[in-house]
Structure formats: structure tokens, C-alpha cells
Design a binder for this molecule. Structure first.
Ligand code: NDP
Length: 454
């Protein structure tokens, strides 16, 4: 496996993929090690994760550089990810004890009823490259705290980060067989799914998620899929135009639009449409594109070269159907995977741009007559990850957001994830929950105890 730097196409490192035998051996060692890990007191597992957090803080600058080198994420955004990781781990450390505690739900003298939260056993954690510290830790931290062994397959585009995560967990006291990094591409991921694991926790695209769901279906294995989105935002005529434009431009372009909850569609009430589009384009044109190692860079390259053709196809289709290209629109001619920050207006739902996940720095802005049309268009999607509305009127915002079919909703904000709130999607955005206390119990099997004193 060749790890290439997406900002210039140079070779960073070559690694050997785990083959069938290596994946099976890692599974067998995890299976053997899990009961011991599950049996130690929770306090010891919490202490190991606390030390892991300290390791990530100690090595932050080096880890951020590695992440930037292999994914192209601008260095300031790589550091932001590591800073926010600490907050997520703190949430799990503070809440694992109560989320995993046994509950007595009936305490009659003749009959007691209790619920305990048992580890699932050995779980596969197949992860995306775009936020490897977030989407990885959402799974492996609570899974380890709950007493599971984890076979972690990072994306091939974030393998060096995945290997560093393994080193830090082992240095923190998690036994090597309890957390193993499985190295390889999608083919290695499917070898992992074939192992008789007790849970498959996947973060990635809908097509891959659908393949994994089909592979797991006959086995009755616990399955969670955190998939893509086509996330909409609606700007009402009473919103502050400049504030909304700046917030949404960041929501659409941060990490070069490669976030599961990037803003991918914008609807604007017709009375402010022109002013909003102008303010949005001005904000986007102010974003600095360039070397992702430069502290001032906001827009770096795309992590994966095939995505350029997807974006070119969406722009060409939209323009052919009448969209107006207001900024960008094409690949940047330099080595590496570069695409201009692109804004299109006069778009419609007959265009792939407004229906298929772009996962890049490309956005369409559509005019709407009012709230009813906005709600109809926001729900006109197979996805349902996040959605937002911009208005000073809380009642109006709540009324609109209550009608939207998505896992998360935002009032006057976007592209936001909180460890305190459940992260989930509907439709093609997936099944299952991470984060919040639901996202701790997701890695357990509730066991029902019926206890009748003799
Ligand atoms: P992919 O679906 O391409 O890959 C995800 C992971 O699955 C990678 O580790 C990949 O390996 C692996 N994989 C690929 N094929 C298979 C297979 N047949 N069996 C098992 N594993 C396989 O997604 P990306 O990594 O490109 O991530 C981008 C997608 O992830 C976007 O759609 C984005 O919206 C979504 N996402 C969703 C999030 C959420 O919370 N809902 C969060 C972050 C991203 P490899 O990369 O080595 O090919």
C-alpha cells in the first residue's frame, strides 16, 4: 500500500496490507484477550483512556503534521481536530460509569429485576479518513471502556494516523491484542467484516455501508452505519444575511467540504437571495487556498483523487441544466488533488449537485418562496444526517426543524457535532448512534436479570 501526499502526489510511505491470514490472526488474538479486558474494573479501563488522552496531547503537533501529510487537511484544522478529541474523551470518561452501571428496575421482596450492560465482545471498527480522530474515537473509546476488544481498520488514506492511535493506546496500557490496527484498503475491510465478530461499526459512504450491511445480514451481528449526507440549510428573509453567509460558507468549505455534515445544499428566501449569494461568494473568495502545512491555509487539496471527477461531473451537469457558476468550477492545475472552491446559483433538484453527496468544496444555492417550499426541498433527499435554519425567530425555527427528517438539526449554526448529543442519521445516512450516553451503551448488550429469592 502506497501512502501519497495529496497536496503534491509524492510518496510518503509504503506499507504491507494485512492479508487473510493476518486479519484472521488478529481476530483470534482479540477473541482470546477480550474476556480479560472485560473483567478488569472499569476504573482501570478509564485510567488507560485517560492516559491515551494525555498521549494525544503530548504528541499533538507531530500527530497534526501526520494527519495533514496523509489527508491534505490544513494544519490548523488538523490541530482543531486533536483539540476537540480531548473534549470527546472527557465526555466518555465522565459518563461511562453511569451509562454502564447496572440498574435495578424492580425491587419487590418476591422478585428483583436488573439490567446489566455486557460488552458485545470483539468489534470491528471500520473508519473514514476525513476526521479519523473523531469518527475513530466515537467508536473505539466507548467500545474499549465497555470492555470490548476492537479491531480498528482506518481508511487507507489515514493509515499512519491509525497506526499512531494504536501506539498511543498501547502505551496507555490497552493490551495490544485488545486494540489491533488492521492495515489495508477496502479489500482488507471486507476481510475484517468476514471474521465472526460480535459487532461491526462502520463510518463511510452509503455504497460501502450498503455492501457491509448485505454481508452482515445473515449473521445477526450488531451493525451500526454512519454514512454520508446531503445536508441542507435554509436562510429565512429575517436572518442577518452576512452572518448567515459567513457561517454557511464555513460549513460548506471547512476541510474542503469533506465532512459528513458539510453543508451541501442552501435554500434562501427570494427576498434576500441576491444579497445572500453576493455575501456568500465574497466570503468564499476570501478563503486562502494553498499548502496545507501553512498555518494561514483554509482550503487544502482533496484527500482522494477520484473525487475530482465527481465534482467536475456535478458542475458540468448543473451548468448544462441552467446553473450559474459564480466561483471556481474546475480542478487546479498543479500536482496533487486540487479543486477550486465552487459556488453555483440558479440550481434545482433536477441536478446531481443537489441530490448526490459532493464531498468537496462545491455548493449550490437555490431560491425558495417560503418555509413550505424550503421544508419540502430539504426533505427531498435519500439522506438525513443534519439540517439547519437561519432566522432570529426561535418559534419559526423550531416549527421548521420539527418537520425535517434528519438525525441532527441546527438553529443559526451548522456543521457541528457535540459529544453530549446523539449522532445518527436516517435513510441513506445510516443506522445506529454514536456519542451521548446512547453512544456508550451502543457497545453493550443489555442483559435482563429476573431474580426470585427462594
Ligand atoms: P468509504 O465508504 O470509501 O470507506 C470507508 C471505510 O470503509 C474505509 O476504511 C474503507 O477502506 C473501507 N472499505 C471500503 N470498502 C470496503 C468493503 N467492501 N468492506 C469493508 N470496508 C470497506 O468512505 P470514505 O473513507 O471515502 O469516507 C467518506 C464518506 O464517509 C462520506 O460519504 C462521508 O459522508 C462519510 N462519513 C460519515 C460520517 C458520519 O458520521 N455519518 C463521518 C465521516 C464520514 P479504504 O479507505 O482503505 O478503501
Amino acid at each position: 500500500m502506497k501512502i501519497l501526499n495529496p497536496s503534491d502526489g509524492t510518496l510518503v510511505r509504503e506499507l504491507a496490507d494485512d492479508d487473510t491470514g493476518a486479519v484472521a490472526a488478529k481476530y483470534a488474538r482479540a477473541r482470546a484477550a477480550q474476556p480479560g479486558w472485560g473483567a478488569i474494573p472499569l476504573g482501570e479501563r478509564l485510567a488507560a483512556i485517560e492516559k491515551f488522552k494525555a498521549e494525544t496531547e503530548k504528541r499533538k503537533d507531530e500527530l497534526a503534521r501526520t494527519l495533514t501529510t496523509e489527508t491534505g487537511k490544513p494544519i490548523s484544522q488538523a490541530r482543531n481536530e486533536l483539540n476537540a478529541l480531548a473534549g470527546r474523551i472527557d465526555f466518555f470518561l465522565a459518563n461511562a460509569k453511569s451509562a454502564l452501571a447496572s440498574e435495578t428496575v424492580l425491587a419487590d421482596p418476591q422478585m428483583q429485576e436488573q439490567i446489566t450492560h455486557e460488552p458485545l465482545g470483539v468489534v470491528a471498527n471500520i473508519s473514514a479518513w476525513n476526521y479519523p480522530y473523531f469518527v475513530g474515537s466515537n467508536v473505539f473509546v466507548p467500545a474499549l471502556l465497555a470492555g470490548n476488544a476492537v479491531l480498528y481498520k482506518p481508511s487507507e488514506f489515514a493509515t499512519l494516523t491509525g497506526l499512531a492511535i494504536g501506539e498511543m493506546l498501547h502505551a496507555a496500557g490497552v493490551p495490544p491484542d485488545v486494540f489491533s490496527v488492521v492495515v489495508g484498503s477496502g479489500a482488507t475491510g471486507s476481510l475484517l467484516v468476514e471474521q465472526p465478530v460480535d459487532g461491526v461499526f462502520f463510518t463511510g459512504s452509503y455504497p460501502t455501508g450498503a455492501r457491509i450491511a448485505a454481508a452482515c445480514a445473515p449473521r445477526m451481528v450488531k451493525l451500526q452505519l454512519e454514512l454520508g449526507g446531503k445536508d441542507p440549510s435554509y436562510v429565512c428573509e429575517d436572518a442577518d444575511v452576512k452572518t448567515a453567509a459567513e457561517s454557511l460558507a464555513d460549513g460548506a468549505m471547512y476541510n474542503a467540504g469533506q465532512s459528513c455534515c458539510s453543508v451541501e445544499r442552501i435554500y434562501v428566501q427570494e427576498r434576500i437571495y441576491g444579497r445572500f449569494v453576493d455575501a456568500f461568494v465574497a466570503t468564499v473568495k476570501g478563503f486562502k487556498s494553498g499548502d496545507p502545512m501553512d498555518e494561514a491555509t483554509y482550503l487544502g487539496p482533496l484527500a482522494r483523487s477520484p473525487q475530482i471527477a465527481t465534482l467536475e461531473g456535478q458542475v458540468a451537469d448543473a451548468v448544462a441544466k441552467g446553473a450559474r457558476l459564480l466561483a471556481g468550477g474546475k480542478r487546479i492545475a498543479r500536482p496533487g488533488n486540487w479543486f477550486e472552491a465552487t459556488v453555483l446559483s440558479n440550481v434545482g433538484h433536477d441536478m446531481a449537485l443537489m441530490r448526490e453527496e459532493s464531498f468537496g468544496p462545491v455548493i449550490g444555492i437555490q431560491k425558495v418562496a417560503g418555509d413550505d417550499e424550503a421544508v419540502r426541498l430539504m426533505n427531498d433527499t435519500e439522506y438525513g444526517l443534519t439540517a439547519g435554519v437561519y432566522t432570529p425567530d426561535e418559534k419559526r425555527a423550531r416549527g421548521i426543524l420539527a418537520q425535517i427528517r434528519s438525525g441532527s438539526v441546527y438553529w443559526n449554526c451548522c456543521d457541528r457535532v457535540s459529544p453530549r448529543l446523539p449522532w445518527s442519521g436516517v435513510g441513506h445516512s445510516g443506522v445506529g448512534v454514536t456519542l451521548s450516553t446512547y453512544g456508550i451503551q451502543a457497545f453493550t448488550r443489555p442483559k435482563a436479570w429476573h431474580l426470585k429469592p427462594a
